[in-house]
Design a protein around this ligand. Structure first.
Ligand SMILES: [Zn+2]
Length: 319
């Protein structure tokens, strides 16, 4: 079913205007969805500095915790995550594929949430990782997020492990379109349909009543009439094997691993930490709250990504 999907380079077809500034002061964080934490301890800053300085080919994995400072809630953070505050759960893959009404509900909510969700901007942490890539420090970046914020920041050595909400493809023929383009089809098909976005989830979902959803019209693939699906790995689906192999290769070329803003509860990302452990790579974790790899990491720091990462000094190794 997914054979027509392209594996790499697809996201580059989306033209964002990357943030050019090296300055970290231009993005003031939105902390509503960031769990409470203390400012970085100077000793911890020094430890992370040592870890990063010792790495020549750093493999970085990010999760929802890096995007909370851009105003996107995560699912699992204590008190402020979506699971803690609401009883909403993301759509399951099988349900989406099987049920027309599930798709109608998904797209109606996604349509309402899109203007706000797609307007989120990268924060300091995204910009720092983009700069580390330019300076030759970061070998590969893997994100579990589907918000395109690393792409918006200008990162290129990047794999979006769970896809990206900014792309949509046809389950039958594999045709790809931009999510922004689909918004226009939705508007054309639903000229009088109106609903308000109250709160937008990490995947762009919002809450709507059944009545609101029932009258929403969903477009089919323009080429074959097939079912359109965001290029996102839904819960209950698995990451494409070729993507997994590709990331394992990038990890094999790396000399250490940094996890930023993820509790690593989801196996699709966790498996790379296990692989790093098996290769005896040093692992550092920067996450507010416990993670699944705390017991085998060399370094664990409970700080905000956007507060700690800019304190780390990285020199240009490309010349
Ligand atoms: Zn199609």
């Amino acid at each position: 079913m997914f054979s027509a999907r392209k594996l790499s380079g697809v996201c580059r077809a989306i033209r964002f205007h990357p943030f050019r500034s090296h300055s970290v002061s231009r993005t003031s964080p939105n902390l509503a969805f960031v769990p409470a934490c203390l400012p970085p301890d100077p000793v911890e800053v020094e430890q992370l500095q040592h870890f990063v300085s010792n790495s020549k080919r750093l493999f970085v994995m990010t999760g929802a915790g890096i995007s909370t400072e851009s105003g996107i809630p995560d699912y699992r953070s204590e008190g402020v995550g979506l699971y803690a505050r609401t009883d909403r759960r993301p759509v399951q893959h099988a349900e989406f594929v099987r049920s027309a009404s599930a798709r109608q509900r998904y797209w109606a909510r996604n349509f309402v949430g899109w203007p706000q969700f797609s307007s989120h901007q990268p924060n300091t942490a995204h910009l720092v990782l983009r700069d580390w890539e330019k300076l030759g420090k970061l070998h590969w970046l893997v994100t579990q997020n589907v918000d395109a914020l690393h792409t918006k920041a200008g990162s290129q050595r990047l794999t979006e492990l769970h896809g990206c909400t900014h792309r949509v493809f046809c389950l039958a023929c594999g045709d790809q379109i931009l999510r922004s383009e689909l918004q226009k089809y939705f508007e054309a098909l639903n000229p009088t349909w109106k609903a308000e976005a109250l709160e937008v989830a990490p995947d762009g979902d919002v809450f709507l009543t059944d009545e609101q959803v029932r009258s929403f019209k969903v477009p089919a693939c323009r080429k074959c009439g097939g079912i359109l699906k965001p290029d996102v790995t839904f819960f209950g689906d698995t990451v494409n094997r070729e993507i997994v192999d590709f990331v394992h290769q990038r990890l094999a070329e790396s000399d250490s691993m940094l996890v930023a803003g993820s509790s690593m509860q989801v196996y699709s990302g966790y498996r790379f930490a296990l692989a790093a452990r098996d290769k005896q790579l040093p692992i550092a974790i920067l996450n507010i709250g416990p993670t699944r790899l705390d017991h085998f990491a060399s370094l664990k720091l409970n700080s905000r990504c956007g507060e700690l990462l800019p304190l780390i000094v990285v020199h240009d190794t490309t010349s």
